[in-house]
Design a binder for this molecule. Structure first.
Ligand code: C2E
Ligand code: CA
Ligand code: CA
Length: 573
C-alpha cells in the first residue's frame, strides 16, 4: 500500500480510532463471554481495570508513535483523546482526595517515557546511519580523486608514467600471447622551455592541451597517450601490421602538430622529436621499451630536432632505405631509370610464344636494380603509381608499334595494373588517349589485375574494368587462388584469362599433393566456365609436364623464358 494513503488513513485516525476502540471492546467482551459462558465474569471483565489499563496503555503507545512518526493533526487529536483518561485520573485524585488511580498514572507516565526514550534512540541511530553513509560517500569521492591524482596527469587528464607502465606491462603480456607487435613513441617538444619562458605557464598549458587534443585526433581510440613530464609524452601504438605503419603514424602526428597554435591572435609553431622502440625487437620488458624509445628520442634531438629515430638499427635501416627509395622513385621517370622487360607466355601443347607479360624494371644509379616487389608498394603508397603506370602503358604501346613496324608477328601483351590505378578518376580517359596517340590496338592488350582487386566488392572497380572491356582490352585475373574470392564472382565477371599463382605451381612436386590438387581444381573450374588458364612460375620440366597433362592452356616461367629487355625480344621474334 502507498505509505501516503496509509498516512491519509491515520489522519482520520481520531475518528477511526474511536470506531476501532468500540469494535475492539465488543470483540473482547464477546470473547470473554464465550470463554467463560458466565455473565458474572463477563461483568467483571468489563469492570476489570487491569484489562482496561492494558488496552489504554496499548492505545497510548500507538498514539505516541503515530504522532512522533507522522506529525498530523488527526494523530494529535487521537493522542489528546487518549490522554483524557490520564487527565481524568489526575483530576480524580484532586477531586476525590484518593490515591486509588495513582499506580495507573505512574504506569501511563512510564509508557510515555519508555516510548519517547526508544524513539529518541531510534532517531539518533538514524542520524548516525545518515552520517556514516555521508562519510562513505565522501571517502569514495576522495578515493576517486586520489586515483585520478596517482594515475592521471592533472592538466591533460592523460595517464601518467606509472599508469602508462602498468598499461604497457598488460600490453606486453597480451602481445606475447597473441604474437602481435606494438611500438612506443617517446615524444619531447623541441625547446619547450623557450615557449614557457616567452609565453608564461598559462599559455604554455593552453598549447599543451591543444597539442594533446591534436594527438588524440590523429591516433586511434585504443592507442594510449601518456604525459611523462612537462613536455614529455609517450604513445603506445598497438596491433602494428608493419614498420611502414609506424612511419605513416609518425607522419600523421607530425602533420597534426605542425599546424600553428593560436594564442591571443598570434600564431606559434612547435616541433617535436620522437624516438621509437618496437616490441619485441627492442625489448620485452616495459621499462626497457620506454628507455629505448627515450634513447632513440635523444638521437632524434641530436639529429637536429623536429624528426624521429628508431632505437633498432635494422628497423632504422629499413625505414631509411624506404625513405631514400621513395625520394629516388620521384625522379625515376625523369632520370630514365625505368624500363620494361617482357616475359614470353607459351602455348602448353606447342610451346609456341603466344604473348608477353610486360614487367617493370628500375635501375637506380645509387641502389642498383630494385625489385618491383619493393618499389611498387612505395609507388602505390605515394600515389606515384599513377604516373608510373601511365608511363608503363605508353612505353609498352610504343614498343609494340616499333615491333609491328619491323613486321614481327603481332601478339598479346599483358600489362599489370594495380588497384590505385583503377581507382584514379581519369584512368579510362588517360588510357584512351595513349591508345589513340600510339595508334595501338586494344584487342592485343590484356590488363592483368590480381584476384583480390578484380573481385573486390566495390562497384567502382567493376565499372572501371567493364569500361576497359568496352574499349576492347581483355582482362586477366592474376595470382588466382590467393585472393579467397567467391567462385560465383567468376561467373558474373568478364574474364579472358585466369593466371594460376606461382605459389601453387612451385608446390607441384611436393609430397603432400595439396598444391597439385589446387592446381587441378583451378584448371577444372576454368575449363567448366570456358575460360582459358595460364600457369605462372613454371621452372621445371616436372611442373610443365604436370600442367600439360592437366590441359592447362598456357604456361609462363623461367623453364621457358625469363623476363627480357625489348632488344632481346626483337631478336627472339
Ligand atoms: P606478377 O604480376 O605476378 O609477375 C610475375 C612475377 O613472377 C614477375 O616478377 C616475374 O619476373 C616473376 N616470374 C616469372 N616467371 C618466374 C619463375 O619461373 N620463377 C620465379 N621465381 N619468378 C618468376 P617481377 O617482375 O619481380 O614482378 C613482381 C610483381 O611486381 C609482379 O608480379 C607485379 O605484381 C608487380 N609488377 C611488375 N611490373 C608491374 C607494373 O608495370 N605495374 C604494376 N602495377 N605492377 C607490376
Ligand atoms: Ca602479372
Ligand atoms: Ca602473378
Amino acid at each position: 500500500m502507498d505509505p501516503n494513503i496509509r498516512i491519509g488513513f491515520f489522519k482520520k485516525g481520531a475518528y477511526i480510532g474511536l470506531v476501532i476502540k468500540v469494535i475492539f471492546y465488543m470483540v473482547l467482551v464477546f470473547f470473554l463471554w464465550r470463554i467463560q459462558g458466565n455473565s458474572l465474569i463477563f461483568d467483571y471483565a468489563l469492570e476489570s481495570s487491569t484489562v482496561k489499563g492494558i488496552i489504554l496503555q496499548f492505545q497510548m503507545i500507538v498514539s505516541i508513535l503515530l504522532v512522533l512518526n507522522h506529525d498530523k493533526w488527526g494523530f494529535r487529536i487521537a493522542l489528546f483523546l487518549n490522554s483524557i483518561s490520564l487527565m481524568y485520573s489526575i483530576g480524580y485524585i484532586f477531586y476525590n482526595g484518593t490515591y486509588e488511580s495513582f499506580p495507573g498514572i505512574i504506569s501511563y507516565v512510564c509508557v510515555i517515557f519508555i516510548v519517547s526514550l526508544i524513539y529518541t534512540q531510534f532517531k539518533k541511530n538514524e542520524k548516525y546511519v545518515a552520517e556514516i553513509s555521508q562519510q562513505n560517500h565522501k571517502l569514495e569521492n576522495s578515493k576517486e580523486m586520489i586515483n585520478q591524482m596517482t594515475c592521471y596527469d592533472l592538466l591533460t587528464q592523460l595517464p601518467n608514467r606509472s599508469y602508462f607502465e602498468f598499461l604497457l606491462s598488460h600490453e606486453v603480456t597480451v602481445s606475447k600471447r597473441t604474437d602481435k607487435t606494438f611500438c612506443i613513441i617517446f615524444m619531447d617538444i623541441d625547446s619547450f622551455k623557450h615557449v614557457n619562458d616567452s609565453l608564461g605557464h598559462e599559455y604554455a598549458d593552453e598549447i599543451l592541451l591543444e597539442l594533446v587534443s591534436r594527438l588524440k585526433n590523429s591516433l586511434r581510440n585504443n592507442d594510449v597517450i601518456a604525459r611523462f613530464g612537462s613536455d614529455e609524452f609517450a604513445i603506445m601504438i598497438t596491433n602494428l601490421k608493419s614498420v611502414e605503419c609506424i612511419e605513416a603514424i609518425i607522419d600523421k602526428i607530425k602533420i597534426a602538430l605542425s599546424e600553428p597554435y593560436l594564442i591571443e591572435n598570434h600564431e606559434f609553431f612547435i616541433t617535436v622529436s620522437m624516438g621509437i622502440s618496437v616490441f619485441p625487437l627492442d625489448g620485452e620488458f616495459p621499462n626497457q621499451l620506454i628507455e629505448n624509445a627515450e634513447l632513440a628520442m635523444f638521437t632524434a634531438k641530436t639529429n637536429g630536432k623536429n624528426t624521429f629515430a628508431f632505437y633498432s638499427n635494422s628497423i632504422k635501416n629499413e625505414v631509411t632505405y624506404n625513405m631514400l627509395l621513395t625520394n629516388q622513385l620521384y625522379r625515376a621517370i625523369d632520370k630514365n631509370e625505368l624500363m620494361i622487360y617482357y616475359q614470353p607466355q607459351v602455348n602448353t601443347k606447342t610451346k609456341e610464344i603466344i604473348g608477353f607479360e610486360a614487367l617493370l624494371r628500375w635501375h637506380n644509379h645509387e641502389f642498383g636494380w630494385i625489385s618491383p616487389n619493393d618499389f611498387i608498394p612505395i609507388a602505390e603508397k605515394t600515389g606515384l603509381i599513377i604516373s608510373i603506370g601511365l608511363w608503363v602503358f605508353r612505353t609498352v604501346c610504343e614498343q609494340c608499334q616499333i615491333c609491328k613496324k619491323s613486321s614481327a608477328p603481332s601478339m598479346r601483351i599483358s600489362i599489370n595494373m594495380s588497384i590505385e590505378q583503377l581507382k584514379e578518376k581519369s584512368i579510362i580517359d588517360d588510357i584512351k588517349k595513349i591508345v589513340i596517340e600510339t595508334q595501338s590496338d586494344p584487342q592485343s592488350i590484356q590488363i592483368e589485375v590480381t584476384e583480390s582487386v578484380a573481385f573486390i566488392e566495390n562497384d567502382l572497380i567493376l565499372t572501371r574494368l567493364n569500361a576497359l572491356k568496352i574499349l576492347g582490352f581483355s582482362i586477366a585475373i592474376d595470382d588466382f587462388g590467393t585472393g579467397h574470392s567467391s567462385l560465383s564472382r567468376l561467373k558474373q565477371f568478364p574474364i579472358d584469362l585466369i593466371k594460376i599463382d606461382m605459389e601453387f605451381v612451385q608446390g607441384i612436386h611436393l609430397n603432400s599433393g595439396k598444391d597439385r590438387a589446387i592446381v587441378e581444381s583451378i584448371i577444372q573450374i576454368a575449363k567448366n566456365l570456358n575460360i582459358p588458364v595460364l600457369a605462372e612460375g613454371v621452372e621445371t620440366e616436372e611442373q610443365y609436364l604436370f600442367l600439360k597433362n592437366q590441359n592447362c592452356d598456357e604456361v609462363q616461367g623461367y623453364y621457358f623464358y625469363k623476363p627480357m629487355p625489348p632488344e632481346e625480344i626483337f631478336k627472339l621474334l
